[in-house]
Design a binder for this molecule. Structure first.
Ligand SMILES: Cc1cc2nc3c(=O)[nH]c(=O)nc-3n(C[C@H](O)[C@H](O)[C@H](O)COP(=O)(O)O)c2cc1C
Length: 407
């Protein structure tokens, strides 16, 4: 069915975004079981404006919607609250139809756009508190950096009391109903989005929320998922609570043991290491065979653990692909300083140890002084060694937590 839907947020603010029902992974690693939307908005003022664009491959649908609400050549301003390509992807296309439009964004946003699109365009840099007159309406801009790129700002349409926040307060959730009071409960999608995208930037989230609290708000227009018009306060409160929890009560006592194992030798070690860690004190331990685990479930464990153990056999002088996927998911902004150790089984050359450890160091994790690698199948004494290794790792966790406020 052709998607021609345009929705009224207020009489003069229209949703002209697109639905992406079929997406299953976002930014390569994030699971999107409910699909997503790329929200763009049209402001029908004396000087017409568009806020955010959409992902490039949705141009046809997006163009149809723009043409429904205006003659694109009349668009005078294109505001980008954040320039990630899922929001800026159709800027060049839109500028072809609206060549006189001025692109509005933070200094970083304008620099990123020039690097992305190469060509020159009319632009206006805005700073915290700046206003822009659209004739009969006024836009006010707020710095909201690192949510989740350095370029992010919020835009407030004073007369309509509409706040545009792009990724903040968004969710990967696709519903044609598009409004928070019509889509049903989507808290799990909202919380997952917050945890993966925004939680590493919790202190910036809290600063941004402080800035918007005094505003009178009729709707928050997000960049993904439902528009918040009835329950916006609830979603802002949920974000604030999660950000506060992340800062004040980071999960301190949790160890994630991820491994792959062709003949279960490394798997056997994982079990004995876990026993030792549990003996060492009040620590939660999650042991996961990651051969077929989803990237989302691995990422969730990485996020909530302050100790990380990775186990791999050495195969053809290398470690296995799934272990490299874990490295790709480790986020130094979020995981820096977490205690990490390598373990596994090998037959002769045993490159696994150095490969895992060098990746841990490059990703700014704190290497535990020991690793545990054994030849082929662990015997009883090696199983005992694995328990003792786990016990020592568990004790070192407490020390690491004391001297590293990040974890
Ligand atoms: C295809 C294959 C290639 C291997 N290559 C190496 C190697 O390059 N270096 C080494 O030390 N061991 C190598 N091994 C031995 C394994 O590391 C060893 O069998 C180990 O116990 C497997 O552990 P797992 O049961 O956890 O999979 C290889 C094993 C297989 C099956």
């Amino acid at each position: 069915m052709t998607d021609n839907k345009v929705l009224d947020v207020t009489a003069d603010v229209k949703w002209i975004g697109v639905l992406d029902k079929d997406i299953v992974t976002f930014d390569v690693v994030m699971e999107t079981q409910y699909g997503t939307t790329y929200n763009s908005y049209f402001i029908n003022a004396e000087k017409k404006a568009v806020v955010e664009t959409t992902k490039l491959r949705f141009w046809e649908t997006y163009e149809r919607k723009i043409r429904q609400v205006c003659n694109p050549a009349e668009i005078e301003y294109i505001i980008l609250d954040h320039t990630e390509p899922d929001h800026s992807g159709n800027l060049a296309n839109l500028l072809r139809l609206a060549p006189e439009a001025t692109v509005v964004g933070s200094g970083n946003a304008l620099r990123y756009l020039k690097d992305m699109f190469g060509s020159d365009f009319k632009s206006m840099q805005v700073k915290d508190g700046d206003t822009l007159s659209l004739g009969n309406k006024t836009l006010r801009f707020f710095n909201a950096p690192n949510l989740h790129w350095p370029d992010s700002i919020y835009t407030y349409l004073e007369e309509d009391k509409v706040l545009f926040t792009c990724d903040s307060f968004g969710a990967h959730y696709c519903s044609e109903a598009m409004f928070d009071d019509l889509v049903g409960n989507y808290d799990d999608a909202f919380n997952y989005y917050f945890d993966v995208i925004l939680k590493p930037f919790s202190k910036f989230m809290l600063k941004a929320i402080e800035k918007i609290r005094p505003l009178e708000i009729s709707a928050i227009c997000t960049g993904h998922g439902p528009i918040l018009r009835s329950n916006w306060k609830r979603f802002v409160d949920m974000s604030e609570k999660r950000a506060l929890e992340a800062i004040e009560n980071p999960v301190k006592n949790r160890v994630f043991i991820a491994y792959v194992s062709a003949y279960h030798n490394t798997g056997d070690l994982a079990g004995h290491i876990a026993e030792g860690i549990r003996e060492s004190g009040d620590l939660e331990v999650e042991v996961m065979d990651i051969e077929k685990a989803s990237l989302g479930s691995i990422d969730e464990q990485l996020a909530k653990s302050s100790g990380i153990l990775l186990g791999s056999p050495t195969i053809n002088q290398n470690i296995l692909l799934q272990i490299y996927q874990v490295f790709a998911l480790i986020n130094p902004i979020r995981d820096r300083g977490k205690l990490a150790a390598a373990f596994g089984s090998y037959g002769w050359s045993g490159e696994g140890a150095s490969l895992i450890e060098s990746n841990f160091s490059n990703l700014k994790l704190k290497l535990f002084d020991e690793n545990l690698f054994i030849r082929f199948s662990p015997d009883a004494s090696e199983e005992e060694k694995a328990r003792t290794f786990g016990l020592k790792f568990g004790k070192a966790m407490a020390e690491n937590l004391k001297c590293n406020s990040n974890v």
